[in-house]
Design a protein around this ligand. Structure first.
Ligand code: 6PG
Length: 231
């Protein structure tokens, strides 16, 4: 694994955007196309915005396929929608259309069906998978103790107990996330510091630990607050 701790959340957003640009550029050069799995959650918002503003005209975005690691079973207009958030912060700024460039999880009507449909359109590998980290150690919608962790298929539908109203979600399984050549885990803020230390120092086995990038190396990017307990 590799670990970088940036001084603050601005530095973290820059480092994430730079890394995404670097991986996608290399993939385009090598194969003429690239793929990325976007994460939900607020940690990536600034990085997505920066990617659009700084790198919006520096990459052939029409050759990039965007996938999602998980989604709530809500409409894209719902503020909890990961697709809706990615659209607002990044996709609307880029010359991309959905589909063919943006493969969003169409969870609005029937979550189970959406999960099956999405599993069928997933490629065998992704150039880059982005993961956030919840304070309980969840990544994508792989919550502690969930059977989704050991599911052999690529997608699963889960219900998770978050703030009411409870909302169903679908998520890529660790096996599907492990189709990532590169996998980046990012966390920001003091609230993430205890779980980061549990995972990286005390060997706590979270969903993140079940994701095995094809490159063999999980990449961690943290800001100083999230990485505060590692010193
Ligand atoms: C989601 C996610 C989830 C998220 C973490 C971190 O849709 O909520 O995919 O795994 O990345 O909960 O969320 P924050 O970045 O908001 O802390």
């Amino acid at each position: 694994m590799s670990l970088r701790i940036l001084p603050d959340s601005v530095g973290l957003a820059e480092a994430i955007a730079d890394r995404i640009f670097e991986v996608l550029t290399a993939a385009l050069k090598a194969r003429g196309s690239a793929s990325i799995v976007l994460a939900g959650g607020s940690t990536y918002h600034d990085a997505y915005a920066r990617l659009g503003t700084v790198y919006g005209s520096k990459l052939d975005w029409e050759k990039v396929s965007f996938y999602f690691g998980d989604e709530r079973c809500v409409s894209p207009e719902d503020e909890r929608s990961n697709y809706g958030q990615a659209k607002r912060y990044l996709l609307d700024v880029l010359p991309v259309v959905r589909p063919p460039h943006v493969l969003w999880m169409e969870t609005e009507d029937d979550c189970e069906e959406a999960s099956q449909r999405y599993a069928d359109l997933l490629p065998d590998r992704f150039d880059l998978v982005l993961l956030g980290l919840g304070p309980d150690g969840h990544a994508a919608s792989l919550f502690p103790g969930s059977l989704a962790h050991i599911r052999e298929g690529a997608l699963t539908a889960v219900t998770q107990a978050e703030l009411p109203p409870l909302v169903k979600r679908i998520t890529l399984t660790p096996l599907a996330l492990s189709r990532g050549e590169h996998v980046l885990v990012a966390a920001s803020g003091a609230a993430k510091s205890p779980i980061v230390a549990r995972i990286l120092r005390q060997g706590y086995s979270s969903a993140v630990g079940l994701v095995k990038p094809l490159s063999g190396e999980l990449e961690w990017l943290l800001d100083a607050e999230a990485g505060g307990s590692l010193a």
